[in-house]
Write a protein that binds this ligand. Structure first.
Ligand code: GLU
Length: 565
């Protein structure tokens, strides 16, 4: 057993900045953060951008933004100005971008070369291919080994040919035991690890080399990372030995899967869209979604993914919900960061004693590697939504309104612009009770943004029933449509367009003409102004829509219903 509790741990999260922060990565960051912070240690972010082709600055910033949003703050790492104006990051061991540390890696690389522990290898792609084929013909796995000294003359010749060398580590032919605090130990037999590349032709270090150098120089004591790196750890350990570095404690975290056992991948979004396109029999993209060129590439090759904006537009056109995969997807969908953290922590760890609901502070105090699960966790979206709903239900109304406002500023500015401050506040009050996410007040009330002259009315059985279309009323009874016509007149005469005045007028009408059943008056009104049988409380809805719009919409609804009758 290691002495994990005796040192002040230093952990790090080291994302490669391409794409967006996946929930699996977020969980790694969360556990690394909690482990260090709960033990008086510190947490570092390091951006592993040595793969020049795949890395981007925008992705790095996106990762930092997502982590900060989740409440995961770093003592050391790239500097980032949080929305509250405070600066996160900085620190004495920078740069925290690997692409800015080439000189450091080169120094250690030269040291290994000088000590005969690493060497330049000049093989061309064709030569490597031939070696690979040769191994295959002998039914052996290809493992590169030192191929003999290169003379000065040969070296000059290679340079003249325009070749560039990689640097390979001369891996000792010994059994290597990986110690892992989560998965347990495993031993790789001697000869399993080849002479792997530590510096690429472009002069950049490989991941293996940079990670080992940085973990040492940044004083990292505990490395928590994805399970896919488990066998890489053997390479890291032999490098640490060769360089005389300390060895951090390792813990590899199993992946997070979908309930059907598939990997939670960004491709899941395209899967949902492709299925819906097939069901609809679409052969071309609807206007305003993606270009014909993008569509053709996407529809003919299952490996092609739409970019996020294109996927969102397609999902809207198809009326399907995209599965959230990245942290940003969950934010956009209106999940609360504290709920997402709570839920992610439960995907792979548990505090015991049947405790399920907790915050990051609790996690920090209780998190330990001993209760991290070895087997993949299944991401239960139903449970996540239930957690989110509970949190929203328990929120003070002012907090709900404040957080929805933040959400709307970022993702739903059109609602803010259309409603203005007072009506926006009213929408929040009207919606909290039924909201499962911060986005629900907007997602489920798109009728508020619709143009009065073109808002569609849903033709389904609930609407027909409420308006009395197609069913003869009992003797003398008025239909919903009759009530709507009558209420149109009454509403037109209301000067004071408040919930109270509207409700009083409707109650008076219902008492006289609908046997006191306010529902049979309210429901046709709801259809009239929202187009369907679902909306926030009706008197609030009428105020939100506004008098002139409400009257115009009701007129259109009456005409539409008459055309159906
Ligand atoms: N850059 C690596 C990744 O994103 C980090 C692995 C590690 O933590 O060592 O997978």
């Amino acid at each position: 057993m290691s002495t994990t509790t005796e040192v002040r741990p230093v952990t790090r999260f080291a994302p490669s900045p391409s794409g967006h922060l996946h929930v699996g990565g977020a969980r790694t960051a969360l556990f690394s953060w909690a482990f260090a912070k709960g033990r008086g240690g510190s947490f570092i972010i390091r951006i592993e951008d040595t793969d020049q082709k795949r890395s981007s600055d925008a992705a790095s910033v996106g990762f930092l933004k997502d982590l900060e949003w989740l409440g995961i703050r770093w003592e050391e790492g790239p500097e980032y100005v949080a929305p509250d104006g405070s600066t996160v990051g900085g620190g004495p061991n920078g740069s925290y971008f690997q692409s800015e540390r080439l000189e450091v890696y080169n120094r250690y690389c030269q040291k290994l070369i000088a000590e005969g522990k690493a060497y330049e290898a000049w093989d061309s792609a064709e030569e490597l291919d031939a070696l690979r084929k040769d191994a295959m013909s002998r039914k052996e796995a290809f493992r590169y080994r030192f191929r003999g000294e290169v003379s000065d003359a040969q070296r000059a010749q290679f340079i003249a040919e325009g070749r560039q060398p990689v640097v390979r580590f001369r891996t000792p032919q010994v059994a290597i035991t990986i110690n892992d605090e989560v998965l347990g130990d495993a031993t790789l037999p001697a000869g399993e690890v080849d002479d792997f590349v530590i510096r690429k032709k472009d002069g950049f270090p490989t991941y293996h080399f940079a990670v080992v150098v940085d973990d040492e120089l940044m004083g990292v004591t505990h490395v928590l990372r994805a399970q896919e790196h488990f066998t890489n750890t053997a390479k890291h350990m032999v490098l640490q030995d060769a360089l005389g570095f300390r060895r951090p404690t390792y813990g590899h975290l199993s992946i997070i899967k979908n309930p059907d056992d598939s990997k939670m991948s960004k491709r899941d979004k395209d899967k949902v869209l492709r299925k819906a396109v097939k069901e609809r029999g679409w052969t071309a993209p609807p206007a305003g979604t993606v270009s014909a060129e993008e569509w053709t590439k996407w529809i003919t090759d299952d490996n092609v993914q739409l970019d996020l904006e294109g996927a969102i537009r397609m999902a809207e056109a198809l009326k399907v919900t995209l599965p959230e995969i990245n942290v940003d997807d969950f934010r956009r969908s209106g999940y609360l960061p504290e709920v997402l953290c709570n839920f992610l922590a439960l995907n792979g760890w548990s505090p015991g004693h049947d405790i399920e609901k907790f915050d990051n502070e609790f996690l920090k105090q209780r998190f330990g590697l001993d209760r991290v699960m070895k087997t993949p966790a299944k991401f239960d979206r139903v449970k996540l939504l239930a957690f989110n709903t509970d949190a929203i239900t328990g929120m003070a109304p002012v907090d709900f309104a404040r957080r929805c406002l933040e959400h709307a500023k970022q993702f739903r500015p059109d609602y803010l612009a259309k409603l203005g401050e007072a009506k926006f506040a009213l929408l929040m009050t009207a919606c909290q009770e039924r909201s499962k996410t911060l986005d629900d007040p907007f997602k489920s009330n798109a009728f508020l943004l619709a143009a009065d002259a073109s808002m569609p009315f849903v033709d389904d059985k609930n609407v027909r029933k409420a308006l009395g279309i197609g069913a003869a009323p009992a003797d003398g009874a008025k239909t919903g449509l009759d009530h709507l016509r009558a209420m149109r007149g009454i509403l037109g005469g209301i000067g004071d367009w408040t919930q109270h005045a509207i409700e009083a007028a409707a109650n008076a009408y219902a008492a006289e003409h609908a046997a006191g059943k306010i529902g049979s008056v309210a429901q046709p009104l709801r259809i009239g102004v929202s187009g369907s049988t679902v909306s926030p409380p009706i008197w609030d809805t009428l105020v939100l829509v506004g008098k002139a719009s409400a009257l115009m919409r009701i007129d259109r609804c009456i005409a539409w219903a008459e055309s159906l009758a």
